[in-house]
Design a protein around this ligand. Structure first.
Ligand SMILES: [Mg+2]
Length: 424
C-alpha cells in the first residue's frame, strides 16, 4: 500500500442553499437544499474536495467513514473501497424517495465510496499536476453538454422564507415555454428536459407540444418519475413518440417499464429502476430501459461510472446522466467523468441553473452553448471559497431541514395531497 503523503484530516461540512419551489411527483422542493462538502487533507497540506448528499443518515455514514480513510495515500482507492464496503451499512429512519436514489440508505457504501473517491482523485490530480479527467484515461470531448432542466413551479415558497427567485411561476405550457426560453438564453442549452409527474398527463403532453413548437430542433425529454400507471404510460406513448428523444421513468417498476417498452417507439430511460448492478442485470433480462442515467454520487464514484458505461456498451444500452440539486464541486466531478466516457451520447441533467449560491472560489461555473468546459487545471480544478462555505454552513444550522421531505413540504400548500404513486 502506498504510504507516502497520507490523508491526515477529514472534514465534512453540511451546507444548505436556497432552492426553488420546484414541483415533482413526490411534492415540492423545500426552500433549502442540503449537501455535504468533504475535504481530505494530506500530510503536506493539500486538500481534496468532493460534494455529496447532506441528509442526516449520509452525514452519519460519512462520519463513520472518517477513520477508514485516515492514513491512506490518495492513491489507495481500492483499499478505501474495500474498507467502506466492509464497514458502511444501510441506515434506518431516513425519508427515502423513490425518485431520488441518492436518498436510499441501502446505497450508503456506494455513496460514501463516491464521496471519498472524488476527493482522493482531486488529491491525485494535484500531486501529479493532472486534471481528474486524465486520471480517468483522458478527455474524449473538451466540454460536456447539459440539458435545460425545466420544472413546473410556484412563484415562491409557502411562508416566504426569502425573496422569490427570478423564474416566476411555471404551471401552464406557456409559462414553461417562457422558462425554457429564459434558460436557453442564459445558458445556451441544446436539449430540454421537463420534470413531469406533477399534473394530469394531458397537461404535461400539451406542455411538451408547446415546447416542440417553440423549439423545433431541440431534443426533448419528459420524466414523470414513475407517477403514471402502465395504462396511462402506454396511452401517452402514442402521443409522445413523435415528441421525445427519450421517455424517462414514466411508470413504476422494472416489470412496468419492460411492458411499456413494447408500446413505445422512443427508448425508455431510467434513473429509478436501474440504480445498482443487480438492477442492471435484471433490466437487461427484462428488456426494459434502453438508456441508463448514471449518477456518480450513488453509483460508487467516477471509476464506477466508467465501469457502468462499459456495461452499457456491452449490453447495447445508451447512457446519460441524472442529477439532484447540487453546486459546483459536483458539477466539476460530473464534467470530468462525462468527458472521459465515450458513450454518454446525450446532454447530461443538471439542476445547477436553479441554484444561486456557490462554495467554489470564483463563484458560479460558466456554461458556453449549454456545455461546461473540461478544466485543464490539476485535480477537479476548483477550490473552496471558505467564506461562502461558512455562510452556507450557517444556513444549514439555521434552516432546520435535516432530511429532504418533498411530501411534507407539499402538505403545507395542500394538506390533502396524497403523494400516492402512481397518481395518474
Ligand atoms: Mg429521472
Amino acid at each position: 500500500m502506498n504510504r507516502s503523503n497520507p490523508i491526515k484530516h477529514v472534514r465534512v461540512t453540511p451546507i444548505a442553499f436556497r432552492d426553488g419551489p420546484l414541483l415533482n411527483a413526490s411534492g415540492i422542493h423545500e426552500p433549502w437544499a442540503l449537501r455535504a462538502i468533504v475535504e481530505l487533507e494530506t500530510a503536506d497540506g493539500r486538500v481534496g474536495l468532493s460534494e455529496t448528499y447532506g441528509d442526516e443518515p449520509m452525514l452519519r455514514a460519512l462520519d463513520a467513514a472518517r477513520p477508514l480513510v485516515l492514513g491512506l495515500s490518495p492513491f489507495d482507492l481500492n483499499a478505501m473501497e474495500e474498507r467502506v464496503r466492509a464497514s458502511i451499512r444501510p441506515a434506518s429512519g431516513a425519508v427515502e424517495f423513490t425518485l431520488a436514489p441518492g436518498s436510499h440508505s441501502a446505497k450508503n457504501a456506494a455513496k460514501v465510496t463516491s464521496a471519498l473517491e472524488v476527493a482522493m482523485l482531486d488529491l491525485q490530480g494535484q500531486l501529479l499536476g493532472a486534471p481528474v479527467v486524465d486520471l480517468l484515461g483522458g478527455a474524449v470531448r473538451s466540454s460536456v453538454a447539459y440539458s435545460a432542466y425545466l420544472f413546473y413551479k410556484y412563484a415562491e415558497h409557502v411562508d416566504k422564507p426569502y425573496a422569490p427567485d427570478a423564474w416566476g411561476e411555471g404551471l401552464s405550457p406557456e409559462q414553461i415555454v417562457a422558462q425554457a426560453r429564459r434558460m436557453v438564453d442564459l445558458y445556451g442549452f441544446q436539449s430540454i428536459k421537463l420534470k413531469g409527474g406533477v399534473f394530469e398527463p394531458a397537461h404535461e403532453i400539451a406542455t411538451m407540444r408547446a415546447l416542440r413548437a417553440a423549439f423545433p430542433t431541440l431534443p426533448l425529454r419528459l420524466d414523470p418519475n414513475a407517477n403514471w400507471s402502465l395504462a396511462t404510460s402506454i396511452a401517452a406513448a402514442e402521443e409522445l413518440d413523435e415528441l421525445l428523444e427519450y421517455y424517462e421513468d414514466p411508470t413504476p417498476t422494472l416489470e412496468g417499464m419492460a411492458a411499456l417498452s413494447r408500446h413505445s417507439k422512443v427508448p425508455l430511460a431510467t434513473n429509478m429502476v436501474v440504480t445498482t448492478m443487480e438492477e442492471f442485470r435484471a433490466n437487461v433480462h427484462a428488456g426494459g430501459a434502453r438508456i441508463v442515467l448514471s449518477d456518480h454520487h450513488y453509483w460508487g464514484g467516477l471509476r464506477a461510472t466508467q465501469a457502468l458505461a462499459r456495461m452499457c456498451e456491452v449490453f447495447g444500452l445508451g447512457m446519460s446522466m441524472h442529477s439532484n440539486s447540487h453546486l459546483g464541486i459536483s458539477l466539476m466531478a460530473m464534467t470530468h467523468v462525462a468527458a472521459a466516457v465515450p458513450n454518454i451520447a446525450y446532454a447530461c441533467d443538471t439542476h445547477y441553473p436553479w441554484q444561486e449560491e456557490e462554495v467554489v472560489a470564483g463563484g458560479r461555473i460558466a456554461f458556453d452553448n449549454g456545455a461546461v468546459a473540461v478544466p485543464g487545471r490539476p485535480g477537479l480544478g476548483v477550490e473552496l471559497d471558505r467564506e461562502q462555505l461558512a455562510r452556507l454552513h450557517e444556513q444549514y444550522l439555521a434552516c432546520g431541514v435535516r432530511n429532504r421531505n418533498d411530501l411534507a413540504q407539499m402538505r403545507k400548500y395542500d394538506p390533502a395531497f396524497s403523494g400516492a404513486n402512481p397518481r395518474f
